[in-house]
Design a protein around this ligand. Structure first.
Ligand code: MSP
Length: 659
């Protein structure tokens, strides 16, 4: 039986359309899947969408539609994009599929029965953006990065996963089976996180249910809880696995979601597979290792210059912007430019330079020269070499080494290195042509046998190249394959069966250009024009300041009577039937207050949660719309503008006095 290989991508959130990040991961997975098929492996390749959780609930609310309607609208964008990019996934999983939900609920109940999930009350700092509770250290890191507004203090009844109990086994997994996370430096990051300084006792149990949201898979039997979105999402790899393919061979993830995949995910699986008698403090049983993913492959990020791409910065590259240069070109660029694991900065200029150099010139030129010469000098028939001189033997040996190095690197998922090496070889072939001077040989009656050799070696080199490149550039490899007079699909070839010396079947065809050279200057001008058009319109001329005259002077003691405090908005909701009012609960350090603010013209309730504010804390309570407000928030405005909340610095703590 041929070897089986199960490859996964992360499942993508449905709050955005596909961007370069999604596209890169999916293309890498597809290249790996195609390559493994040509290695003779039986591949199951899974991708899909992650549709539950607070992020999606919020995005849908902002659009005024249900989360399911949002998902149904966005999912086809992914499916269509993958078709366009010739992605050969065997299945597309959606976490809203009934089959997936059933597996999540069943596994939840199993772990509840085994004691790996238990119910308790939890109080802690919660990161709204990560949808996860954070440790004190993480909270400090976030505060230092100015992300304190994304933290809220939550207290809730929650189901917990006994993550701490698996720390010993996890550490053994990383130590004894370092292939579990690749590349190696990413494994070190994970180890550092689980056991800084090699010390045990760092992992805390993980809250895996939520009562604060409703958009999720209900906890069976306790339906006011929904399953935490990461428990739900990670289980897609299990719920959508094809019979006989477990465990995953390669799971592709971006560096930002490595922790979830390298810590939580194997711990969930350990809990699912452990048996009575297994000792969590003892050795990790080999039987369990066999049931865990073989490798979590973590890649880096595409950056814009040195910057992270983000919707708010407006610097996100979308696949449509690249695909107009051809799908294979994009796939090639991704594989050639990015070293799996590292970050890489993207630029349109770099993109075009790479394609012009490697596809229009490099490969395209070599193919068209070779085919033209075969047609011109041999009427398209491929001759058989008579004798081989030292130069021929050298290029043959170079080719043999280049092909095996390519296959070795690609099998280790180093497509960057594999392609770099292959293109060095293509340049050596150009050098071989220059040295052999076939145009001179053609004119020399006595050099016809030598010309046969040169043409044949070039032909065979291109044929091997078409096979090697088929996973990366399926369409271009097929065009080349057909041009070389080969029949059938190049993707049906097997690397092991690659017969370098096989006779050529039919005559070669007139060369079809593999890649049209890009006129970089024209494209850059177009891009500049498009980005100028898309740039935000100049702000409308500001209205003159419209404020009342300065109030009468007060002495310090009068001012000092007002007690101003830093507060943290914990919850916020619109007050029904009021256009202006928002009802909030605000933590002011020593107590939590209900405060009404007339700020709905400036803020949505979602934007307020997690924000630090300045509270007038000793104002007499006042009822508005039947709700009593215990304080007031400071905001800046003039008579025309919306309110701008006064914001204390990120690391000011709730309760701090403002004076
Ligand atoms: N839904 C989760 C994954 C759950 S898997 C059980 C998720 N989704 S995502 O849509 O936000 O991101 C998907 C992937 O895109 C992540 O692997 C992330 O690293 C990747 N990328 C997002 N931006 C990226 C770049 N700029 N460059 C490369 N990949 C990046 O996370």
């Amino acid at each position: 039986m041929s070897e089986r290989c199960y490859i996964t991508t992360p499942i993508y959130y449905v709050n955005d359309r596909p961007h370069i990040g999604h596209t890169y991961t999916t293309v890498l997975a597809d290249v790996m899947a195609r390559h493994r098929r040509m290695m003779g492996e039986e591949v199951y390749f899974l991708t899909g969408t992650d549709e539950h959780g607070q992020k999606i609930e919020k995005a849908a609310a902002a659009r005024g539609i249900t989360p399911k309607a949002l998902a149904d609208e966005v999912v086809p964008n992914f499916e269509t994009m993958w078709k366009r990019m010739e992605i050969t996934n065997d299945h597309f999983v959606r976490t809203t599929h009934a089959a997936h939900k059933a597996v999540v609920q069943a596994k939840f109940l199993e772990l509840l029965a085994s004691g790996d999930i238990f119910k308790a009350t939890y109080k802690g700092l919660y990161s709204v953006s990560d949808e996860a509770y954070v440790t004190e250290t993480q909270a400090k890191e976030m505060q230092a990065q100015g992300l304190a507004h994304q933290l809220v203090e939550l207290e809730e009844e929650s189901y917990f996963f006994r993550l701490s109990a698996y720390e010993n086994w996890l550490i053994q997994l990383y130590e004894k089976y370092p292939e579990f996370v690749q590349p190696e430096f990413r494994l070190n990051e994970v180890k550092q996180f689980v056991a800084p300084g090699g010390a045990l006792g760092n992992l805390q149990d993980l809250s895996i249910s939520r009562t604060s949201i409703t958009w999720g898979i209900p906890v069976p039997g306790d339906e006011k809880h929904v399953v935490y979105v990461w428990f739900d999402a990670l289980l897609n790899y299990l719920s959508a696995c094809r019979e006989g393919f477990w465990p995953p061979t390669f799971q592709l993830v971006g560096k930002d979601i490595l922790r979830f995949h390298a810590i939580y995910w194997p711990a969930f699986l350990m809990a699912m597979h452990r048996q009575d008698g297994d000792d969590l403090q003892g050795e990790l049983p080999a039987r369990i290792r066999e049931l865990l993913p073989r490798t979590i492959l973590a890649h880096g990020w595409w950056l814009m210059g040195e910057d992270k791409m983000s919707k708010s910065k407006g610097n996100v590259v979308r696949p449509d912007q690249l695909l107009k240069f051809g799908n294979d070109a994009v796939r090639f660029f991704f594989m050639r430019e990015m070293t799996v694991g590292l970050d890489r900065s993207f630029s349109f200029e770099g993109f075009m330079d790479r394609l012009n150099a490697d596809l229009a010139n490099g490969l395209g030129n070599l193919a068209s020269r070779t085919l033209s010469m075969l047609i011109r000098y041999r009427e398209g028939r491929v001759p058989v070499p008579a004798t081989l001189d030292a130069m021929d033997l050298e290029i043959l040996e170079t080719g043999r080494l280049a092909a095996s190095a390519y296959l070795e690197k690609a099998a280790a998922n180093d497509f960057h290195g594999a392609l770099e090496g292959l293109w060095t070889y293509l340049r050596q072939l150009d050098g071989y042509i220059v040295k052999a001077e076939p145009w001179k040989l053609a004119k020399d009656e006595g050099a016809q046998a030598k010309l046969d050799t040169v043409l044949c070696l070039l032909y065979r080199a291109l044929r091997a190249t078409a096979v090697l490149l088929a996973p990366v550039m399926p369409a271009m490899a097929q065009t080349l394959w057909k041009g070389l007079g080969q029949s059938g699909a190049v993707a049906d070839q097997r690397f092991a069966g690659l017969d370098y010396d096989a006779p050529a079947p039919g005559p070669v065809a007139a060369p079809e250009p593999l890649f049209q050279r890009i006129d970089k200057e024209t494209v850059m001008t177009e891009l500049d024009a498009a980005s100028a058009a898309a740039a935000p319109a100049a702000p409308a001329a500001e209205l003159p300041l419209d404020v009342p005259p300065l109030r009468e002077v007060v002495d310090y003691d009068t001012f000092a009577k007002t007690d101003l405090r830093v507060g943290l908005v914990l919850t916020a909701e619109a007050v029904p039937k009021s256009k202006k009012l928002i009802k909030m609960t605000v933590d002011i350090g020593f107590e939590t207050r209900t405060i009404l603010g007339g700020i709905a013209t400036g803020y949505t309730p979602e934007e307020l949660v997690g924000r630090k504010v300045v509270v007038v804390a000793n104002l007499a309570p006042r009822a508005l719309m039947g709700i009593e407000s215990h304080g007031m928030l400071l905001a800046a405005s003039d008579n025309n503008s919306k309110p701008y909340l006064v914001a204390p610095p990120a690391d000011a703590r709730p309760g701090f006095i403002v004076k």
